[in-house]
Design a protein around this ligand. Structure first.
Ligand code: HEC
Ligand code: HEC
Length: 414
């Protein structure tokens, strides 16, 4: 890297001054020891961009495809949950194009919002509002979902009601949604085609510069699948005890270890859904020890019956046994993804634990893991200190390296 370029980058950084947003600064600050992004060093225009390019991309693409994961991710069980299709493997250049599309406000009808408007990096790719604002001021019907570790949602279905058959299908749906972004696929293709900087990015990703909605979908899906969170204090602790979640973690406080023990205990059954669903093969660690998904949509007792506006999977299939069942996002970074549940009804993690403690409703489809042997909803009888401990444990899933990683940040120069 030559010194002139460094000096220019430093001046540019300084010129951001007080008005530079966190994203902009993160995009240009020397990397704080993050192996994956460090290689690319200080950012400069690529050959994809001319001097007046609106983009700030590294000369060498960031590493999205070959990240070094800790041992608990490198298991057969985790690999078996990977929903990456054979014809759309994540590549560094494909994910780079996906990153630009993800932050491009031209993908909405009036040029005001992008995917990132409702999936902000600093909020672990979700929205702090209960319902998100679309391009024309309308609101979404559900709470924005965290995109973390989407790569390993085993059945490969997306949305709270799992209506998208694959991530490739999902990523084109918000663009066409009349509240969210409001474009037709034809309009989408011409919006992208009109912007000169995209040609070289398509060329790099797909071998030639042709813009199609299928390529847009594939690039966006690659970028979302690259959003892997594996550098939390929980990960450090699990590595230190050789992958045994029941051992106290040396890097945890006593309260965090107490919360972890409660989370994995039959008393709360939290892990029975959020980690062990389905139960792992004998002698195998569950995949969700790393990923933190409930693999099957379930009913966790938010409502007492079917007389509500949103019955999740049931509204889609029309089947009685699906009413009130929802996908749960990964609990990775959950301390950053408030408010909680499909309708964002619970404001804090403490509210969530209080729901499981004494608020679970006797819905006809309430999952067995939240019922007493006689079928009534379980009450956990947690003390206030135990509730605090569970919250403290969930906070250890926050991955500050992930939510500040330059490779996921806004590449547009503002
Ligand atoms: C106006 C706000 C808004 C915009 C813009 C938006 N989303 Fe979303 N996103 C949401 C909401 C709300 C949900 C949950 C909707 C539901 O389940 O019905 C969601 C769900 C998702 C999911 C499903 C996650 C899962 O685990 O099932 C993915 C993936 C996703 N969005 C990606 C994107 C991408 C990619 C873009 C840009 C092309 C985008 N979103 C644009 C609000 C938005
Ligand atoms: C029966 C399976 C099941 C059990 C047991 C369970 N959960 Fe959940 N959890 C879910 C489902 C399903 C959702 C999403 C429900 C919805 O939004 O409709 C969810 C949502 C959550 C969320 C909110 C996620 C978000 O992004 O909005 C948190 C946090 C959470 N659970 C923590 C816990 C804790 C802590 C426990 C133990 C006290 C627990 N869960 C027990 C199934 C379960």
């Amino acid at each position: 890297m030559n010194t002139i370029r460094l000096a220019v980058a430093a001046m540019w950084l300084a010129s951001l001054g007080a008005c530079g947003s966190v994203d902009e600064v993160a995009d240009n600050a020397p990397d704080a020891g993050q192996q994956d992004s460090a290689d690319a060093g200080v950012q400069a225009d690529t050959d994809a961009a001319t001097s007046d390019s609106p983009l700030n991309l590294p000369d060498t693409p960031f590493n999205y495809a070959a990240i070094d994961l800790p041992a608990h991710f490198e298991t057969g069980a985790v690999r078996a949950q990977d929903n990456t299709p054979g014809d759309n493997p994540t590549t560094d250049r494909g994910a780079t194009l996906g990153r630009v599309l993800f932050y491009d406000t031209q993908l909405s009808a009036n040029g005001t919002i992008s995917c990132a408007s409702c999936h902000a990096m600093t909020d672990a790719f979700t929205d702090t509002a209960q319902f998100s604002l679309g391009f024309d001021g309308g609101t979404t019907g559900r709470n924005s979902m965290s995109l973390v570790n989407s790569r390993w949602y085993a059945n490969g279905r997306f949305f709270w009601d799992e209506r998208a058959d694959s991530l490739e299908d999902q990523v084109l749906m918000p663009i066409q949604d009349s509240v969210e972004m409001g474009l037709t696929l034809e309009e989408l293709v011409s919006r992208v085609d009109e912007q000169a900087f995209y040609g070289p990015l398509f060329q790099d990703a797909f071998g030639d510069s042709e813009v199609t909605s299928e390529r847009i979908s594939r690039a966006l899906a690659q970028f979302v699948r690259a959003m892997v969170s594996y550098r939390s204090r929980y990960d450090d602790g699990l590595v230190q005890v050789n992958g045994n979640p029941n051992a106290p973690f040396p890097n945890f406080t006593a309260e965090e270890n107490q919360g972890k023990a409660l989370f994995f205990s039959p008393q709360t059954n939290c892990a029975a859904c959020h980690v062990n669903n389905p139960p792992p093969a004998p002698g195998q660690p569950p995949a969700n020890l790393a990923v933190f998904y409930v693999n099957i949509a379930t009913n966790n007792g938010l409502d007492v019956d079917l007389n509500v506006s949103d019955n999740g999977i049931g509204d889609r299939t029309g089947l009685a046994q699906d009413m009130g069942k929802f996908k749960s996002p990964s609990l990775r970074n959950v301390a950053l993804t408030a408010p909680y549940m499909h309708d964002g009804r619970l404001a804090t993690l403490r509210n969530v634990v209080e729901h499981y403690n004494d608020g679970v409703q006797a819905h006809p489809n309430l999952d067995g893991r939240l019922r007493n042997p006689d079928g009534t909803p379980r009450r956990l009888n947690l003390t206030p200190a135990q509730i605090d401990a569970l919250v403290a444990f969930m906070r250890t899933l926050t991955d500050t390296s992930f939510v500040s990683d330059v490779k996921f940040s806004d590449p547009f120069v503002k």
